[in-house]
Write a protein that binds this ligand. Sequence first.
Ligand SMILES: [Cu+2]
Length: 110
Amino acid sequence: MRAARLVLAASLLALGLAPFATPAAAGEVTVTVGHQRLEPAEVRIAKGDTVVFHNVDAMPGGHTVAADDGAFASPPLEKDQRWSHTFAEAGTHVYRIREHPDAQGTVIVE
Ligand SMILES: [Cu+2]
């Protein structure tokens, strides 16, 4: 593994790229998805940030998060599966767990 990492670093240097550089500091927020809950229910992010939806509860068919305005929709997530979406535009998106429509959340992109 160590050798592979060195080879990769050397290759990146040869390409003129900085190896293992920290990517531009785009933010990332994680929302926990459960049977009837989204935590936190409201997240406030900046343009270009990513929200990671982490499903922690097992349910036949999984849990799907989908925005009312169609801005995003995940595939059905199995337990411990994550799905992320990056928000390029400012705006407010109300979304819910499709299988539990009362579990509603909001993503505010400033
Ligand atoms: Cu459920």
